[in-house]
Design a binder for this molecule. Structure first.
Ligand code: AHG
Ligand code: MN
Ligand code: MN
Length: 334
């Protein structure tokens, strides 16, 4: 594998190397990358075009939508609808599963996406991203039924996210490790910059929204207290902390230098199951983290094996360096 390859060259090379990936899935990933290019251009120009700020609407989860939440959702839906590669889509920003209009051909995959992750950061010019997850459509290219959209993470064929940060970088897994592609604006292509990304197994850096501390469950309270206790505490080392409030940016950091990210169960969101969404956030990021040698857990169960009860299901999320995630699972078992 050589750096300098385009995204499509990488995917074709993987197929030639024996990875089971259909030509249609290669096309679908490349078309998704096209939407990321469109989105990075929109974000780049948002302040110039009056596209920052609130949309004045709420999504199905009762969260205030930013104008760019709505714009990026439309970019993805409208582009991917026309490709003939999808049988349907599920978006964080849309209540019901989205079907392919009759004028376009349907394909054999379903996609779940969070068009703009970390959107509370958009007005303050901090990294945001797009997350996507692809599974097979159980009825092939026939119109999908609602239950077809409730899929375990282990069924994912591919997952990725694009971070719109100092560089626009796409992170992808097709189940054979994790590769990173940076958008070369001069040629308009995502170019391979890292392959077979591996997360260090151990870490001394955690990421959590500390302002929620009083709402956490006991095991997480205890683990974070022990991290803060440093060298003389039970974990025996000094920890550093980061919180970007953008899961894509936190994940990118963890893929680069290790770390642990927690959005644990929290009293205020107990009824909803947690804060982060299983289909759009936890599953795709969990798949990527595992493919890079890390672990992704609810604290009690592997994320990829959580049985989804609904399209917009939420879960507690603890992911990153394997040994550290295992430690937090141990706190939950005690
Ligand atoms: P989204 O912008 O798609 O709603 O997701 C935001 C998520 C995630 O990216 C981040 O880790 C977390 O919510 C931030 O939450 P807080 O604002 O509670 O810190
Ligand atoms: Mn999100
Ligand atoms: Mn979002």
């Amino acid at each position: 594998m050589q750096n300098g390859m385009s995204l499509r060259q990488y995917l074709v090379d993987q197929k030639r190397g024996g990875v089971a990936i259909e030509a249609d899935l290669i096309d679908l990933i490349c078309e998704t990358a096209v939407t990321c290019k469109e989105i990075t251009a929109k974000i780049d120009r948002a302040a110039l075009e009056g596209a920052l700020g609130a949309a004045g609407s709420q999504n199905v989860q009762g969260e205030e939508q930013k104008k760019l939440d709505v714009i990026t959702n439309d970019v993805m839906y409208e582009h991917l609808c026309t490709t003939g590669l999808l049988a349907g889509m599920g978006s964080e920003e849309v209540d019901e599963p989205m079907m392919i209009p009759d004028q376009y051909p349907r394909g054999r995959y379903l996609m779940f996406f969070d068009p703009l992750d970390g959107s509370s950061n958009i007005d303050v010019n901090i990294s945001v991203g797009t997350i996507f997850s692809i599974v097979e459509a159980p009825r092939g290219d026939a119109a999908p039924a609602p239950e077809d959209f409730r899929r375990k993470g282990i069924e994912q064929l591919a997952a990725g996210f694009c971070v719109y940060g100092p560089s626009t970088t796409l992170v992808l897994t097709i189940g054979n490790g994790v590769a990173m592609f940076t958008l070369d604006h001069s040629v308009g292509e995502f170019i391979l910059v890292r392959d077979k990304v591996q997360i260090p197994e151990e870490t001394a850096e955690f990421a959590i929204n500390m302002s929620n501390q009083r709402f956490w469950e006991e095991p997480v309270k205890q683990y974070i207290a022990d991290c803060i206790a440093g060298e003389t505490g039970p974990l025996g080392k000094r920890y550093n902390m980061r919180w970007v409030a953008s899961m894509v940016a936190e994940t990118f950091r963890i893929l680069t230098r290790g770390g642990i990210f927690l959005y644990p169960m929290d009293e205020r969101v107990r009824e909803k199951g947690g804060k982060l969404r299983l289909m759009y956030e936890a599953n795709p990021i969990g798949f990527i983290i595992e493919q890079a040698g890390g672990a992704a857990s609810t604290g009690r169960e592997r994320i990829l094996e959580v049985e989804p009860g609904s399209l917009h299901q939420r879960v507690p999320v603890i992911l990153g360096s394997k040994k550290e995630v295992e430690k937090v699972e141990e706190y939950h078992r005690r």
